[in-house]
Design a protein around this ligand. Structure first.
Ligand SMILES: Cc1cc2nc3c(=O)[nH]c(=O)nc-3n(C[C@H](O)[C@H](O)[C@H](O)COP(=O)(O)OP(=O)(O)OC[C@H]3O[C@@H](n4cnc5c(N)ncnc54)[C@H](O)[C@@H]3O)c2cc1C
Length: 403
């Protein structure tokens, strides 16, 4: 089959790899409008479950993604920077750029035709294609062209956010909430590569306007944020240009859903098909899961495609529902921060942690225990042992860098 993925983000690039691995006779191309190595955004977080899937499906790229990743341990919730509460857990983070470089190299090794700096403006320019994967992101021009057939629904979140980097290296996943005369403003930060971290700043629209962030230019706006967050950033600068890209801009999150994920030989994948609020860090994982799901039903002959696309569509939309629900709850929780904020940082951190749903009572007891540094250390050791076991089970060859 001739397969073309429009969009070389994680969805398109990973699907291309899996399709080629499934049947090397497939002729596979990925077309990406940006130059190689240029991508929006900084790091993305993920957990063991994604690494398990990556290792199961392509150990070669999985090993490289794992090597490019950093580990964060625990979560910190800083309230007005004079009080910190702790949450447990750990996760991994990888710069989008590094991840895409790994996937691009792997794709090319497998003989996939990866074309950068080519923007697809008219599908007829692609010639005869058996399967066209619309992996062209949240603004997907392909989806928009056939929005009625796909039954696209776009809901725009209330808050404003901007995806920045910083030279401050955070050890833990860190939320910092600062109270200004104009209202609350906060960041979600985590290490994303040696020497820098990702820092997503978010606030309510009224705070954004009152702080003048709507009118301040890129560098001025960033300087204003550096002032506000001087303490949690320990005076480090914020970075508003991801590698090879222009300035980051303030955005409102767009929740995308589609009633149908295919139309003829066109299939939606990743953010083009669905988005989940960044506060639960799942979009990349879901994009990779879409790629795995489509690979699983991929026939060797184009004549067999229609029922397979239907089955991909139905199964993925159902599987996604729980994550979409959790993401929506999380987004709404941050949109109602004024109501959710509490003066006691330990209570507030627990409310933040359970924003996606309710948990059994013992979770709260564990949370209280996590505030005690000796118990936190023990919890971390237990996590570390569990992590090593999981890494061993999935066949990790190297060691994850601690930072
Ligand atoms: C602030 C923020 C933080 C996030 N943090 C996390 C996180 O921690 N963990 C996580 O799992 N996810 C996270 N995500 C979500 C994640 O970034 C996306 O879900 C993921 O990138 C989706 O992958 P994709 O391949 O579908 O789309 P993208 O990565 O957006 O790739 C789409 C590609 O298509 C290209 N393209 C578009 N149109 C054309 C065209 N006409 N011709 C050629 N190329 C085209 C674009 O240039 C782009 O490279 C975050 C998102 C945001 C906004």
């Amino acid at each position: 089959m001739r397969i073309v993925c429009v969009g070389g983000g994680p969805a398109g690039m990973y699907f291309a790899i899996l399709a080629k691995l499934r049947d090397p006779r497939h002729e596979v191309a990925v077309i990406e409008r940006n130059p190689a190595g240029a991508t929006h955004g900084w790091g993305v977080v993920f957990w063991d479950a994604l690494l398990d899937d990556l290792y199961r499906n392509d150990p070669v790229s999985a090993d490289e993604v794992r090597k490019a990743s950093v580990l964060y341990e625990g979560q910190e919730v800083r309230l007005r920077d004079d009080a910190t509460a702790h949450l447990g857990g750990y996760g991994f983070s990888v710069n989008r750029r590094s991840m895409l470089e790994v996937l691009t190299a792997r794709a090319r090794d497998l003989g996939i035709d990866v074309q950068f700096e080519r923007e697809v403006t008219d599908l007829s320019e692609l010639g005869d294609v058996d399967l066209l994967v619309a992996s062209d992101g949240v603004d997907s021009p392909i989806r928009e062209r056939y929005a009625e057939d796909f039954g696209t629904r776009v809901a725009v979140g209330r808050n404003k956010y901007i995806w920045l980097g910083t030279t401050k290296v955070f050890d833990a996943f860190t939320f910092a909430f600062e109270e200004t005369a104009a209202g609350w403003i906060w960041f979600h930060a985590y290490p994303s590569a040696s020497g820098n971290s990702t820092c997503i700043v978010e606030c309510a629209p009224q705070t954004w306007f009152a702080l003048g962030l709507d009118t301040l230019g890129g560098d001025e706006g960033v300087a204003r944020l550096e002032q506000i967050f001087a303490r949690p950033l320990s005076g480090h600068p914020l970075l508003n240009r991801a590698q090879g890209m222009g300035e980051a801009h303030w955005l409102s999150f767009r929740e995308i859903s589609n009633r149908r994920w295919y139309r003829g030989n066109i299939v939606l994948m990743g953010d083009a098909a669905h988005t989940t609020h960044f506060s639960i860090g799942s979009g990349t994982k879901l994009a990779i899961h879409d790629a795995i799901a489509l690979r699983e039903v991929l026939p060797s002959d184009a004549a067999d495609l229609p029922p397979r696309l239907r089955s991909y569509d139905e199964s993925r939309r159902v599987t996604l529902r729980a994550t979409q629900d959790a993401a929506h709850k999380s987004m709404t929780w941050f949109e109602n921060l004024d109501e959710n904020i509490e003066d006691d940082p330990v209570q507030f951190a627990y409310a933040l942690w359970k924003r996606r749903g309710n948990y059994p009572r013992w979770r709260y007891q564990l949370h209280l225990a996590t505030q005690i540094s000796a118990l936190r250390r023990i919890r971390r050791e237990v996590s570390s042992a569990r992590r090593s076991l999981l890494a061993h089970k999935r066949g990790e060859r190297g060691r994850v860098r601690a930072r």
